[in-house]
Design a protein around this ligand. Structure first.
Ligand code: ZN
Length: 164
């Protein structure tokens, strides 16, 4: 197969900007705000070391956003927890599930009330950062995330606080 410049877009590539290779099975995260693609990869735990096949388009022209980033991950479907955190850094994103080169599910992300399991609490005394089997969970505020266990508020770059 390989990376042919698909003449028949529309399936995999939702709109303009067919700058990134199609994938067979996996997830396309489209309409990511320009500049956020690498943070999306960080949320997904992709650092190039895990053998994931990933295509990234940055600053792709977009009708809706002016410029956007696109992330395509081969052979991977996202958990709801991952989608929830992506929605915080890429609120306009669409998450497209691809099977056999076709979009089988397409959803806009929506800002969750709560995120759990992806972000870790920055408070070293928080029960979630001790060796307890407790996943950090946060209430989503307008300008940050509040730990449900210790009330510490995470502001700024969420991706600086990703769980391992
Ligand atoms: Zn905490």
């Amino acid at each position: 197969m390989g990376v042919s410049p698909n003449g028949d877009e529309g399936e995999n590539d939702v709109d303009e900007g067919m700058r990134v290779a199609r994938i067979r099975d996996g997830t396309v995260i489209d309409h990511v705000r320009a500049g956020q693609a690498l943070n999306v990869l960080r949320v997904l735990g992709i650092d190039g070391g895990g053998g994931d096949t990933v295509s990234v388009g940055m600053n792709v022209p977009s009708d809706r956003l002016g410029e956007k980033d696109v992330v395509k991950v081969e052979g991977r479907e996202l958990s709801q927890a991952e989608v929830d955190v992506i929605s915080l850094i890429a609120p306009d994103a669409t998450v497209n599930l691809i099977r056999d080169y076709g979009v089988v599910e397409k959803r806009r992300v929506s800002r969750p009330d709560r995120v759990a399991g992806v972000v870790s609490c920055p408070n070293p005394r928080c029960i979630t950062t001790a060796n307890e089997p407790v996943d950090a969970a946060f209430e989503v505020l307008a300008d940050g995330l509040r730990c449900e266990y210790c009330d510490t508020v995470v502001r700024g770059e969420i991706t600086d606080h990703l769980a391992e």
